[in-house]
Design a protein. Structure first.
Length: 106
């Protein structure tokens, strides 16, 4: 995510991982921005421009690696979040709970 955001127009700094963050006046999780900016639907997004884009070298890297995989449905799963989150029991599951999905053929 940090790599994508570093290319976003209008951002001067992106801090990730254990980076030391200077003093700030306001904090917001990136995934809360659509709600806070009132852009929860496509109709509410103010411009048809790319707000972020992957660096060309990363696009080329992933295109090469993904194109080498035989054509089929590709799905990414995030099954677990931060266990210290107060709502983690509603957001995460064990990988074993998803085993049946791996046997589906499309």
């Amino acid at each position: 995510m940090a790599g994508l955001l570093r290319n976003a127009h209008g951002l001067s700094e992106v801090y990730a991982g254990d980076a030391v963050i200077p003093a700030y006046d306001y904090f917001c999780h990136v995934l809360s921005l659509p709600r806070l900016c009132g852009t929860l639907s496509l109709a509410a997004i103010p411009a048809d421009v790319p707000y972020i884009e992957a660096p060309a070298n990363r696009r080329d890297y992933w295109r090469k690696h993904l194109d080498a995989i035989p054509a089929r449905l590709r799905v990414g799963l995030a099954w677990a979040g931060n266990p210290s989150n107060v709502d983690d029991r509603n957001r995460s599951c064990s990988l074993a709970a998803l085993v049946g999905l791996f046997e589906l053929r499309m």
